[in-house]
Design a protein around this ligand. Structure first.
Ligand code: FAD
Length: 502
């Protein structure tokens, strides 16, 4: 059933700012069988992909599981708003068969045919508007776009004469090649750009800087080259790789369609209890047991806990006894990209094949990226925009000033007639505090091993520190599988497969 979640906004000059978006992601009634006097085998905190997968894997093997979620909905940093039968993915969107964990889930729930390529109605005249570092706007034809991207990215990533194959042969293990890991973890994106500057034209440099800022969502002098190299390697060491793997295929049913399928599976087990709209505030442990305290003063107990709270939010939870000093240092040093994803409905379909890219260094809040992702039933173009921080580090937040966002889009092309904006502010969202993890220089080596360590019966799991597609939906599924595997070993024998219908 479609209901309104508390997350997200819409704006049009006619309707003004409207809070909340229609989605099938909400869970109603918000609780099932949650009991504070019961000892659960496992409590899973968070109903994003990591939590949903962990829950299913454990329930399937007969363990008693309680799922606790702060929001009114499933999906965490993904959910689909529904307008006229179309699903607009407000957070995580793009998935691909080269993402092994999520493609397995798509297959398992019979959704392979839902995987649709980004549609461009007006394929005849696609072109890219690129903002140069001096502020000038130029238009590139599809051939110029492909040529510029190929030159910029193959020059940037060719650190070993083999397009990165030698230094990062296995991007699913961060330290597979230890020497390269330390070298590139400590090299900033800006430093690497300076190394190749003499080999590239101004247009290619602008393209490269714009690509990197859109991937990293942070000051390129601080962003680590290692994480960009990781995306490049995961996507096949090819200039079209990331566009193809991480920006071409999405589910027609929206990410909520997949999350719903997993949640329906979870709910088919009688040994699963849940409680939504129930933020936790404290995790305590004593006598080999773990207790989870909610803001509403409930307390739940379990033998093991999987905490899928995002890295940037862990500082809002108190732990008793305190976590090891190394983990506390990790929690205090979050590495997180920040950018705003916004949908714009633009009059007419002639924009269907247009896109825009901009490097950092703008005097005013502006857009780093814009591209059509198809048309609306009313015959308009639907675009995805990403905001770009300005020289004063100010972000473009439409909830603060939607007209400013509309003006920022019009500055990229004065002919655009922007009719409506739809978005969620993930940076200000108290249960996300950012979009996806990208590491600053020399941080991955310090933080990754610690974040992946369990503390007694507490197991931390999130896409933010996944092994492969870290910061992606695939990484979340990987983490759910990984954490449930650890917990199953600790609980001893699986007790069998239970189904409500059996
Ligand atoms: C704008 C945007 C665009 C993206 N685009 C893509 C993309 O195209 N493709 C892709 O693969 N990935 C994309 N991602 C990344 C992807 O969405 C995330 O990496 C992934 O969804 C994270 O899943 P998770 O379960 O690990 O964490 P989350 O989804 O963050 O789940 C954690 C859960 O914990 C809950 N929680 C937090 N605090 C508490 C508390 N105190 N008590 C109880 N519960 C709590 C949260 O509400 C949340 O439901 C995007 C993300 C954003 C924000």
């Amino acid at each position: 059933m479609t209901t309104i979640t508390a997350d997200g906004y819409q704006y049009s000059p006619k309707s003004g700012l409207v809070f909340g978006l229609p989605t099938k992601a909400c869970v109603s009634p918000p609780a099932r069988n949650n009991k504070s006097d019961k000892l659960y085998d496992v409590i899973v905190v968070g109903a994003g992909y990591t939590g949903l997968i962990a829950c299913r894997e454990l329930a399937l093997r007969g363990h008693n599981v309680l799922l606790i979620e702060a929001r009114d909905r499933i999906g965490g940093r993904t959910f689909s708003a529904e307008f006229d039968g179309q699903h607009w993915d407000i957070g995580g969107t793009w998935v691909h068969w080269t993402m092994p964990f999520v493609f397995n889930e798509i297959t398992r729930y019979g959704l392979v045919e839902q995987l649709q390529m980004r549609k461009m109605v007006n394929d005849s005249k696609p072109y890219l508007t690129l903002r140069l570092e001096d502020g000038r706007l130029i238009n590139l034809s599809p051939e110029e776009d492909t040529r510029t991207r190929a030159k910029a990215l193959t020059t940037f990533f060719n650190v070993d004469g083999a397009q990165g194959h030698l230094v990062m042969p296995n991007p699913h293990r961060h330290d597979f090649n230890k020497q390269a890991f330390y070298q590139f973890s400590r090299l900033s994106v800006k430093e690497r750009m300076d190394q190749v500057r003499s080999e590239l034209t101004d247009v290619e440099m602008a393209y490269l800087a714009a690509t990197c800022i859109n991937w990293c969502g942070m000051d390129l002098a601080k962003a680590s080259f290692f994480d960009c190299m990781r995306w490049w390697s995961l996507a096949g060491y090819h200039p079209d790789g990331i566009t193809h793997c991480a920006y071409s295929y999405k589910l027609e049913c929206g990410q909520t369609g997949l999350a719903r399928a997993i949640f329906a599976d979870v709910c088919s087990f009688p040994n699963v209890a849940y409680t939504f709209k129930n933020p936790i505030s404290k995790i305590s442990r004593a006598n080999g047991m773990v207790k989870v305290h909610t803001l509403s003063h409930e307390c739940y107990s379990a033998k093991q806990l999987i905490c899928t709270i995002p890295w940037a939010v862990l500082d809002t939870i108190s732990f008793e006894p305190a976590l090891p000093a190394s983990m506390q240092t990790c929690i205090a040093n979050v590495n997180m990209g920040n950018s705003t994803k916004i949908y714009a409905e633009v009059a007419g379909q002639e924009w269907d094949a247009w896109s825009y890219l901009a490097p950092p260094g703008n005097p005013q809040r502006s857009l780093g990226f814009a591209a059509s992702v198809g048309s609306t039933p009313s015959g308009n173009s639907r675009m995805v925009l990403f905001g770009l921080r300005d020289e004063l580090n100010r972000e473009l937040f439409p909830d603060e000033d939607p007209e400013e966002t509309m003006a920022a889009l019009k500055r990229t092309n004065p002919e655009l007639d922007v009719q409506r904006l739809v978005w969620h502010n993930w940076t200000k969202d108290q249960y996300a505090k950012g979009v996806w993890v990208m590491f600053r220089t020399a941080e991955a080596e310090k933080r990754l091993p610690i974040l992946r360590e369990s503390v007694g019966p507490i197991h931390f799991a999130n896409a933010d520190w996944a092994h492969g597609w870290r910061g992606y939906i695939d990484g979340a599924v990987e983490q759910g599988i990984d954490a449930s595997g650890k917990v199953r070993k600790l609980l001893g024998a699986d007790t069998g497969i239970l189904r409500a219908s059996m």
